[in-house]
Unconditional design. Sequence first.
Length: 420
Amino acid sequence: MSDPLQAPRGTFDILPEQSAARLEVERVTRAVLESAGYGRIETPVFEPTELFTRSVGEATDIVQKEMYTFIDGGERSLTLRPEVTAPIVRAYLQHGMHKLPQPVKLWYLSSCFRYERAQKGRYRQFWQIGAEAIGSDDPAVDAEAILLLSTILGELGVKDLHLRIGSLGGTEARERYRELLKTHLRAHEDLLAGDVRARIDLNPLRAFDSADPSTREVMSTAPLLLDHLDDEDLDHFAEVRSLLDAVGISYSIDPTLVRGLDYYARTVFEFNSDALGAQSGVGGGGRYDGLAEQINGPPTPGFGWAAGIERILLAATSLEDEAARTDLFVILENQNRPTKASGFALAAGARAGGMTAQIELAGRSVKGQFKHADRIGARFVAVVGDGRIELKDLSNGEQTEHADDEGALRALIELKGADQ
């Protein structure tokens, strides 16, 4: 039985000292994506279960094993979102975004939920950044989205990064290929892992993802989808590559790359970092031109990606967890009301002036308050006593004395402004 006073297995608390790095991920993501015309969207944490069974695919591990599904008070089956693309396409259709100039470009920072085996960098509640461009089948949409994720990961200092790309082709080419692959799998059925055998008819392409040694041996001689693409699919893939070449993004072509969701078609990609070990995926995605139709919408092309924040933090070199620095800490020489009121007003005025400011709230001694100011990285301290305020710059030891909080605030603003 789990301990009710501990977070459930596979989940975690985000503590204050860990928030600075996560905020940096959000800042960089927002800056890069909004500079390219993406607007932020957030969808509900839970959706009708059918949205995911239709879009993600009933033969996927996500639908078969990993979804958190429950019946609500109205006897409706709802599911905590295991991924965000299908909800965003649902929102695109529901809110008539097809009437807007296309493609509609959206980004998000959301939590997702999957019942997976908990391990480092892989949790049952996890956070993703992601981008979706809906309403255009232009290969430039694919290339730009890949470029934007590459830029984000680069600015965040994700190390040992490499990009794999492939193409799953259009519907007709993929259906012809599925039959070839199913024939190959059935010819070696006795060598396949049980889960691969079970979904030969439903999802044979996922055999390429198997870690089973015998299955991998069978797949080493399997026909490859890239060898069976239509001319139109080949042209699309060639243009995506030429655009990536034009901006100097290096990549390797992986004909066995299969994403874990059934809705992908044509371009698929994944960024991996050797810094993560065996579970090396940082982020990826692809084109999903048939997804809107799967959820009762009109034919609508789309392309998107997602990247795990926890995995980015593990692989990044420049994102150290640290508490935000404080501009001012107000030290109280005593606890009488006039002293507290003066210190309270000074801290409030500093915050109103755009600074970060804290005031003593724990009844520490003056010596203890100075230690706390150092602990939180305060640049200035204001020692408030009866009828006077001593302002001290902890970076150089300079100090000035003021008769009231207004005078101290003016001096503090001047000192802070001189630094900028």
